[in-house]
Design a protein around this ligand. Sequence first.
Ligand code: PDD
Length: 277
Amino acid sequence: MQIAMLQDKIVPIEDLEPVYFDRGIYFGDGVYEVARSYDGKIFALKEHLQRFANSLAAIGITGVDIDEVRSRVHKAFEAAGILNANIYFHITRGSALRKHTWDASLEPIFFLTVTESGDNADDKAKGIAVSTHPDWRWRRCDIKSLNLLANVLARQDAAQKGCAEAILVDEAGLITEGSHSTFFAIFGQKLQTTPLTANILPSITRKSVIEAARNIGLTVAEQSLTLRQASHADELFIAGTTQDIVAVVRFDGQVIGDGKPGKYTMSLTQEFLKFTV
Ligand code: PDD
């Protein structure tokens, strides 16, 4: 008899819910998105859905109707009635007894949550401390895959050091991005961030931050930063969907600027928020 064990209970395999065989659990075999709403309006959903479609295509999950995903997002968002929400959704390749290869007949599994987006006003007002961590991730970080173990370990390491984000550093000593955010530096009137390669996620917020930077007269250099450069920046910040823009005031213990959110970080935040209205 083929069996499974759930905690201490033996269950015949055929009695298990399909969710226990989700390839997302065994292999992280799926892709996800996180969008958010500001005062009842979902920000950049079109871009999130486009990236979702790209991620699905990159790992060969086919047959997903993106228009259907869009309408599920709207339906769930309206049902939740949360004005400032994080909308998380993923699709895994399907459910099957564990084996590495998959059959074309598998049906993708959709899952979504709508939750309150946390209040990070305090972090934004005071700025955060970050610590660095080796980037242990795979070489296709442009795919928003469910495989987040390297991100999770780095983020937990930062938390244990009293830091609010882990900044990932590749083998050449260059900063890639944060564990769940994009990393930016400001030198004079220049905004600098990692170029879009397979090493980082093509962040939706990053795109808007770059647009906001140009709007306020900053030049933009898409160029990787060394640790030394970052620690000598005039201003540092991270950006991502769930937190938009948050100043970094300590980098591996070193105080950045005067230890408070910098003037360009603050005006970029104002400019960015205009896009969310
Ligand atoms: N993370 N880089 C990484 C590794 C990320 O996980 C994220 C977002 C970003 C910012 O991307 P965007 O601006 O499109 O949100 C950059 C999401 C929010 C998460 O995993 O919770």
